[in-house]
Ligand binder design. Sequence first.
Ligand code: C2E
Ligand code: CA
Ligand code: CA
Length: 688
Amino acid sequence: MIGVNPEGDARAIFNATDIDKLTIPLWVFDADNSRVVWANQEACRLWQADSMEELCLRDLSADISSAVKERLQQYKNNTPDTDRTFHELWTLYPEGVARTYRIAICGHELPDGRMGLRIEALAESKEAPVQLRSAEALNHIKIGISLFDLAGEPLYSNVAAHKMYGSALPSLKQRFVKDSDYHFILSSIQESESASKICQVQTSEGKRWHELSIMRCFDGPTGKPAFMLSETDVTKLKEKEAKARYLAHFDLLTGLHNRNYVNSHYPAIIEDAIENEERQVIMVIDLDHFKSINETLGHSTGDALLRHVAKSLQRFFGKDAHIARLGGDEFVIVAPFTSSFLLDEQCQAILTAITTECHADGHLVNANASIGIALCPEHGTDLPTLLQHCDLALHDAKNCGRDTYRYYRPSLQKAAIAKRNLENDLLAAIERKEFRLFYQPRVDCQSQQVVSAEALIRWQHPQRGLISPGEFIEALEDTGLIHQVGDWLIEQVGLDQQFLQRNGHCFPISINISPKQFERSDFVRRLKMGLARSHCPAKYIEIEITESMLMGVGFDAKSVLIDLRREGFSIAVDDFGTGYSNLAYIQEYPISSLKVDRSFINMIEDQSSVVNLILSLCRLIGVTAVAEGVENVDQLAWLQMNHCDQYQGFFFSRPIPLDDMLTLLNSSHSSSMQHSIPDILDAEVIWA
Ligand code: C2E
Ligand code: CA
Ligand code: CA
């Protein structure tokens, strides 16, 4: 159409001959192509064109501001008929110079059937630059501005509002998704000059969240009262808000409520129940050995397992309970309490549901859990107390072998307080240097010569006297103080070994290592450093570790043992027979002695075949067999007869202080007399 016989088209468009005589610039614009398709002489003058042909060939996109361009497109879309005329103040840029005009626009069908625009530039406006600028600004701003009459029918919408609602220009009421929001806005504006609300509106892009602000005003041209609505799209903000709210209160992995939610909402749930005199049960559920599942099967399996547990709990309780994940592998449930009988059944059922085989991330996982229970109001009336009591009960369940449930009882609290006091006392004990080392000789079964000694720790308590390790090792481990004590111990053992050596008794001393020490990456380094301070060579130190430590999951026990060996330490497996009894690794690991647990020696009559098997194994792989807890001559006789290498026990000596040890060693002649054993034949009679 462009440039094709424009004069002929103009006649076709207007059917008038004297149109060129008009003093008003008038042109027909093809908004799709930003080109004039017809212009009268005044229009050519306005655009500073020599002729209409020249004007029609111009691409006007550069001469029209982007706001006007958008506006033209809207007019084109909004004026399918030619009846409506719009008036506006415009800035045009003929030949790059800004000029202002009062523009009248109406639709005009182009010869090819598309909708064009007939534009009259009524008069060059000189009087209202501010008005003009504000009109321009209105078209530029991203805030949607619309004017409505009092019935809510649209009078005007700026470019942004047009973009929001398209060409249909809905009424005020039609814009709201919820009628209640519309009525709120209406009633608010009745009561005051303005109102605002964030609500959902029905835009051309679907439902969006808008921040609406409405105020009373007057329609300029008619002077009638009207509403001015300004609106901003806050959907993204709303979504972010909703996500933040979700993240704040929900656990992403399981979809259950999280600890935050528990802390902020559960107190009210508990308060309400107390007010309504309803009893509640609070359960804390913790998976058993979750850490090792995570470490051996991977974190995605761990995650899948947690989801399985969450689903099991939801399925089990339905809507009757509040279920949340407190973090890690810990869940909390608050539910109405009916009877202990029912609760016992419920707990059993939960444990069974969790234990039920779970296919997690391609693995078949068999998980167990322990449950700690507190009742409200009996065991507490506020969330922190109830949760603390659940934790104590849970700890009790774990101590009772796991895969079980336990109720809170006041004695647990007492034990917990005692433990806390003990932990504080231990800290003071380190400062006051109250730990002592006792030594128990290790003796050659045949020659009765002391060949080694085991260092056993004692606590010289200022009030309670000598305390044995069974009472405080666990607390040292729990508080992490074991590392500090371990540093002291290795140095002291080194010094004591050197002391004995100077006194003519040179043999290795063994020390006990707790799993917490063994699993630390700096274990071997600390040991070396402590020993270096005593100037004792590592070949005089044997490290005693238990079977379960050898099997340690999540870290490479074998490489630690190899490191130890490389440094010169020898290694003994302590309490042998009580752990996993996996004999395969014994051969594989660099172990020098195997200490048969006291329980076997204690019942050697019943266990003789087991002990014999262990002794054979030791002989087979060239490891020194040491019998622990030998208390009487019969036991020793049996061990001698069955070729056990060494023994330790009250029969030869209890653990004793270093000075006593020296005395014992110095009087070895008399002690060997004292510990002389019966004739081997008698022993055979006893154990035949
Ligand atoms: P353990 O390593 O098995 O040590 C042997 C324990 O058996 C010692 O108890 C010892 O007194 C006792 N015992 C020795 N012979 C006999 C006997 O003939 N009959 C009876 N009934 N008992 C006997 P103790 O000294 O009370 O130590 C208990 C446990 O505490 C030790 O068992 C060891 O696991 C741990 N322990 C001791 N000292 C340390 C230490 O320095 N560090 C660490 N981590 N643990 C230690
Ligand atoms: Ca030991
Ligand atoms: Ca032992």
